[in-house]
Design a protein around this ligand. Structure first.
Ligand code: FAD
Length: 351
């Protein structure tokens, strides 16, 4: 999009777009390195991105990422520190993979961690260590201009921020949209063509209060990517609600595509019908209250080989753009963290 060129209100050495796990870890690394001139912007009302938690009728539901695993030594260390500080706790060591009424989750030995108080609390904890006035929320960036040696990011409300060094941690389709808006920034390395191959699956999530008597809650959590319902968690078992049966239900990628534009009530009816079929229940009532979240870019089907990417912008003295996020490090929270660490190292070498 062609934004009107106005004088930017703010100029910073580094601008990090996106306050999800990746952006927050990059900002933390900048702080650790003593870098003062940086800003983070996000369109959301709170930090966290896809690590999202919502209150419904006074109870807490995770509706994006449900848990995380730590497999690399770097992320294990971080998880251990969070455990010690009471930021996270172990939730389960495995899932039930089918919908048999009397089946139970299978312990595979791998701890699955959750945020105490919700997954979003992990990101709030990270943000609490950053200067609050350098994290700007409710700022949707709609275009980028290249003016001499600077990039000017324009937000929806017309605000302009100038920077020499930009890090984009947005999901790839959103990143590509923004990169396309930069007139004069060539893509000699055909990076865009590679990025365009990254296809995201959507996810439709229902958070609702089901009748705990009607559902086999002992069978939860269920993770069954092949079924129409790919994931069910009882937020009570996570310690988030005082009521049993406060479920988050994720539809599979295929079912999410089919239901994405359906009315909330239609989706809720569909979820109930599928639960009834899958568990072979006699009866299931509609949840007494519920909300629907539609994630257009829930997870990339396959990630990129590199942990971050440089985007050529202008000549060699021109501004730098780094692309990072879970699509680079692996389509999970740990991947977002690892991509952030690699991108931060690159960034600190540049500025
Ligand atoms: C339904 C669902 C279930 C999941 N389950 C799991 C799980 O169980 N375990 C696991 O490890 N991972 C899971 N994930 C994936 C995990 O949430 C992500 O891998 C991780 O959170 C990505 O972090 P990120 O920082 O790379 O991106 P994001 O969290 O997406 O952060 C990008 C940020 O960019 C902002 N943004 C985008 N466009 C703009 C713009 N134009 N202007 C300003 N800001 C913008 C967004 O608001 C967002 O905050 C799940 C994701 C979803 C959606």
């Amino acid at each position: 999009m062609q934004a009107t060129v106005k004088d930017p209100e703010i100029a910073v050495d580094v601008l990090v777009l996106g306050a999800g796990m990746c952006g927050l870890v990059i900002a933390q690394e900048l702080v650790n390195a003593g870098q003062k001139s940086w800003l983070m912007m996000d369109k959301g009302r709170s930090v966290g991105g896809r690590m999202a938690t919502r209150r419904i009728d006074g109870q807490t539901f995770d509706h994006g990422a449900q848990f995380f695993t730590a497999r690399s030594s770097k992320f294990k260390q971080v998880a251990e520190a969070w455990l010690k500080d009471g930021i996270i706790k172990e939730w389960t060591r495995g899932f039930n993979h089918n919908f048999h009424l009397h089946a139970h989750p299978i312990n595979d030995g791998h701890p699955r961690y959750i945020g105490v108080g919700g997954m979003n609390q992990i990101c709030r904890h990270l943000a609490s260590k950053l200067p609050a006035d350098q994290v700007l929320l409710n700022q949707k960036i709609v275009g980028i201009e290249l003016i001499r040696d600077f990039l000017i990011l324009r937000s929806e409300d017309g605000r302009g921020v100038a920077t020499k060094s930009l890090v984009l941690t947005t999901p790839i389709p959103q990143t590509l949209e923004l990169l396309k808006s930069i007139a004069g920034a060539e893509d000699p390395n055909t990076v865009a063509a590679e990025l365009a191959k990254v296809i995201y699956d959507p996810c439709v999530a229902l958070m609702g209060f089901f009748d705990a008597e009607e559902l086999p809650l002992d069978a939860l959590p269920i993770q069954s990517p092949e079924a129409v319902i790919s994931f069910i968690a009882d937020n009570y078992s996570k310690g988030l609600t005082s009521e049993k049966g406060a479920l988050t239900v994720h539809l599979s990628a295929e079912a999410s595509r089919g239901m994405f534009t359906a009315h909330d009530q239609v989706i809720a009816g569909y979820v109930c019908h599928q639960l009834k079929q899958l568990f072979g229940l006699k009866k299931i009532s509609m949840p007494k209250s519920y909300e629907i979240q539609r994630w257009r870019y829930a997870a990339p089907q396959s990630g990129l080989q590199s942990t971050y990417l440089d985007w050529a912008c202008g000549d060699s003295s021109g501004p730098s753009i780094l692309l990072a996020g879970e699509a680079f490090g692996g389509p999970k929270i740990e991947g977002a963290f690892l991509s952030a660490q690699a991108a931060a190292q690159r960034l600190l070498g540049q500025i």
